[in-house]
Every structure is written in structure tokens, then in C-alpha cells.
Design a protein around this ligand. Structure first.
Ligand code: HEC
Length: 247
């Protein structure tokens, strides 16, 4: 029997080349193979849609501020998690997220279903000073969100970037027509890139997320985003066994 030492591989460049290729192909296979099954593993559910322009900007701020460093957005399929947060997260629910916000660090609670759990006023007060709502909180304060007007000038470009990676925002009439079929006319209007800035301002004014209709702040966008998290799928429409077939 030969003595299989590292030195032996390192001094045989031919062998090292073969073993390196082998290691890379196994790694590649593990990453690529699941992509062939993505159609059968992403659940078919109604209601999941891309974020509106305002929600999408809120998501950008969520990422910018590093909220994911303390908050995951993935409810695992365990009884304790479902009891605390609600139905476990579906793959379909983050299919338009680039990058996804699943996370693995929970200094704070999971946020996958925080939408509609609190009022807009609660979120504004909490983000300004978390201790004012939850005295034992270790979450930092984010007072600048309410003082900073939301930059809406590049919202179309941002949605174009998401469109480039496959999120169905529409850039022309044919794509808009497709979205009407897929999501209905109301949602399709919100996904139309040429109207993004107009739609964003209209949603902020109507939703009044930061409690001040006179201007659109970063707080408006972030609260609009938080309020939609986990609310798109109506789980009362599906019985418990429905999702099992996709596991
Ligand atoms: C240093 C860790 C940390 C960071 C960073 C952080 N949070 Fe938190 N967050 C917490 C903790 C701890 C709690 C639980 C106590 C509380 O409600 O304040 C919490 C609670 C929350 C809640 C209430 C959740 C619930 O179900 O009650 C929301 C919403 C929230 N955070 C949003 C955010 C957003 C948005 C950001 C980024 C702007 C952020 N957090 C950044 C630690 C953090």
C-alpha cells in the first residue's frame, strides 16, 4: 500500500489537477442540480407578487441599514416557530427577493410575517426609539429615517436592475399585458416601471406610513415594506397538506 501523503499529491501536478477538477465538479453539481427542480419545489400559491416601487425602496433601506444582521426572514417548519410567528415561510414567498433576506442571526425576532402585526404608528415610534415601545430592547435607534427624504430619482433604474434578474416588472405594454393576466390590473399598474416614481409617491401619500403626508421619507418606504412582509399569501385558502407535495 502506498502512503497517501499530501506531499505526494502536491508534487504530482497531474494527479493534483485531476483531484482539483473532481472537487470542483462535485461542488458545482451540488449547487447546480437543485436548479433543475426549482419549478417543482417552489409552491404554486396565489397572491405572491413583486414589491411595489415604494416597498422595494423600503427593502433597499432595510438592506442598507443592516437590519438582516439581527433579523431573519425565514420561519422554519418547526412547531415552536409556527406557534410564535405563523405559517412557516414558503419558497414562493421570497422568489422575487434579490438578494433574499432569510438570514441566520436572530438577535431580534424573525420578521417574515411582521406585516400588519403592528400599526404604522408603532413602527415609526419603534424605529425612532425601540426602548420607547419595548423597554428591554437592544435594537438601535434609527431617527434619521424620519428626517431623510426618500431619494426617488433612480427608482426606475433600480426596478430595471431587478427586471434584469427576472423579477417581472414591466418596461413596455406587452409585458404590462402579461402582468395583468398574471397579477390582475391593480397590481400590474404598480409593477410598470415607467410609472414607478408616480406610483411610489401616490402609495406613500395614501398609505401615510410615517404619519406625515406632506413629504415622502425613508421611514415611509421602510414601514411600507415591513407592513407587507408575509401578508401576500392567504393561508386560510390552503389546508395543511397542500404544501407537503413540494417538500
Ligand atoms: C442589534 C440588533 C438589531 C438590529 C440591527 C435591528 N433590530 Fe429590530 N429588533 C431587535 C430586537 C432585540 C428586537 C426585539 C425587541 C424590540 O421589539 O425592540 C427587535 C424588534 C424589531 C421589530 C418588532 C418585531 C416583532 O415581531 O415584535 C421590528 C419590526 C424590527 N425590529 C425592525 C427592525 C428594522 C427595520 C431594523 C433595521 C432598520 C432593525 N430592526 C434592526 C434587534 C435589532
Amino acid at each position: 500500500m502506498f502512503n497517501f501523503k499530501h506531499e505526494w499529491i502536491e508534487t504530482n501536478i497531474g494527479l493534483m489537477l485531476v483531484l482539483t477538477m473532481l472537487a470542483i465538479s462535485i461542488g458545482g453539481l451540488v449547487e447546480i442540480a437543485p436548479l433543475f427542480f426549482i419549478k417543482s419545489t417552489v409552491e404554486k400559491v396565489e397572491g405572491v407578487r413583486p414589491y411595489t416601487a415604494l416597498e422595494s425602496r423600503g427593502r433597499d433601506i432595510f438592506v442598507r441599514e443592516g437590519c438582516y444582521l439581527c433579523h431573519s426572514q425565514m420561519i422554519r417548519p418547526f412547531r415552536d416557530e409556527a406557534l410564535r410567528y405563523g405559517h412557516y415561510s414558503l419558497a414562493a414567498e421570497s422568489k422575487y427577493d434579490h438578494p433574499f433576506q432569510w438570514g441566520s442571526k436572530r438577535t431580534g425576532p424573525d420578521l417574515a410575517r411582521v406585516g400588519k402585526k403592528y400599526s404604522n404608528e408603532w413602527h415609526v415610534a419603534h424605529l425612532l426609539d425601540p426602548k420607547s415601545m419595548v423597554p428591554e430592547s437592544v435594537m438601535p435607534r434609527y431617527p434619521w429615517l424620519l428626517a431623510t427624504p426618500l431619494d426617488t430619482s433612480d427608482v426606475s433604474e433600480r426596478l430595471m436592475a431587478l427586471r434584469a434578474v427576472g423579477v417581472p416588472y414591466s418596461a413596455n405594454q406587452a409585458e404590462m399585458d402579461n402582468n395583468v393576466k398574471e397579477f390582475g390590473p391593480e397590481v400590474a399598474k404598480q409593477l410598470h416601471i415607467p410609472d414607478a416614481q408616480k406610483n411610489l409617491i401616490a402609495q406613500a401619500q395614501e398609505g401615510n406610513y410615517d404619519g406625515d403626508r406632506s413629504n415622502v421619507t425613508e421611514m415611509d418606504a421602510l414601514v411600507a415594506y415591513l407592513q407587507v412582509l408575509g401578508t401576500m399569501v392567504d393561508f386560510s385558502k390552503y389546508d395543511n397538506d397542500h404544501f407537503v407535495q413540494y417538500r
